[in-house]
Write a protein that binds this ligand. Sequence first.
Ligand SMILES: NC(=O)c1ccc[n+]([C@@H]2O[C@H](COP(=O)([O-])OP(=O)(O)OC[C@H]3O[C@@H](n4cnc5c(N)ncnc54)[C@H](O)[C@@H]3O)[C@@H](O)[C@H]2O)c1
Length: 370
Amino acid sequence: MNTIGVGLIGTGYMGKCHALAWNAVRPVFGDGPRVRLVHLAEVSAALAVRKADEFGFEKASGEWRALLADPAVEVVSVTTPNAFHAEMAIAALEAGKHVWCEKPMAVTFADAERMAAAATASGRATALGYNYIQNPAIRHIRKLLGEGAIGAVNHVRFEMDEDFMADPEAPFTWKSEASSGYGVLDDFGVHPLSLMQFLFGGVTRVMAQLTMPYAERPAGAGGRRPVETFDIASVLLELPGGASGLMALNRSAWGRKGRIAMQVFGSKGTIAYDQERMNEFQLFRAEGRGTEQGFATVLTGPGHPPYERFIPAPGHGLGFNELKIIECHELLRAISGEPAQIVDFARGLEIERAVHAMAQSHREQRWVAV
Ligand SMILES: NC(=O)c1ccc[n+]([C@@H]2O[C@H](COP(=O)([O-])OP(=O)(O)OC[C@H]3O[C@@H](n4cnc5c(N)ncnc54)[C@H](O)[C@@H]3O)[C@@H](O)[C@H]2O)c1
């Protein structure tokens, strides 16, 4: 395969990330097909034309089905709001395209199941936007856990907090609509769940409480609209090996900008990580004299692949967009039939299963098996 034709649906926050990744993946990794940016779709033709010009796409449409009908498009990035994922991803698979779809997979579990079935039936490669598992620091933490660096894991804690919905007067958007899902579970919870899947093989049972800090938000022309989703979640959970865990989520957390804090406690040590400082992790090993024991801060560098693909110098740091470039490269590996480190639609369904178990747990106020 010498070239691959790319289609992009949606050009907001994630649409731009995907466009940057498609532009950079070959220069960064120096392998795989040449990437041809073929077709971009937005809600209006005018916006599509403007974004195609900015992002470097050849064609633009105000109707996403026109993009799917384009035979030159071989892989489609779906970066629209959650409510559109299932319909667009399934149509793309049925049109014979590979699909890179943003998280969460779908709003309802039935739709996520339909997406997984469509992926299997199509034989095409799929990937979901679980970019945080691509961090060289996270990959190295998995290696350390596999080597038994902190012994047997007995407890984990995950916190994901941001403050973009902390202001009670922040306007009503699609994120507060029930059509986007439960709220913080789909928006945030899926990310720690992708890390738990990557590091520990998933979760086995959950007990969740969901809360809504603000009942309504401003909705244009001086009006207000009732909020339909939960912004805060507190979850007890259990991992496959029996270790216990906590997951705390809050998208109304003043001062937190991109926190995904993780602590993994084992019989011989502890590993700690926070996405707000994504180029480092802390490792404590219970060895040597207690008087000199303490957490070591490890900065990522060329010894933590694929960091070396970006910069030869250690400690200089990668950013969020680099994670998307790595994810894009893994998808290209999957497309060419090589082993790939991605959350495909089959693995994504397991994350959705956990999300819906949490919502059920909240409704029924009890532990729910995943
Ligand atoms: N992986 C991550 O870390 C991450 C981060 C943020 C958002 N997301 C996910 O990405 C998705 C998009 O979020 P966002 O923050 O980029 O939203 P956004 O509002 O910034 O962008 C969405 C874009 O989709 C376009 N769009 C809407 N309906 C469309 C249609 N029918 N046809 C074509 N285009 C259409 C909108 O005009 C807009 O440009 C969400 O599912 C979200 O959960 C993932």
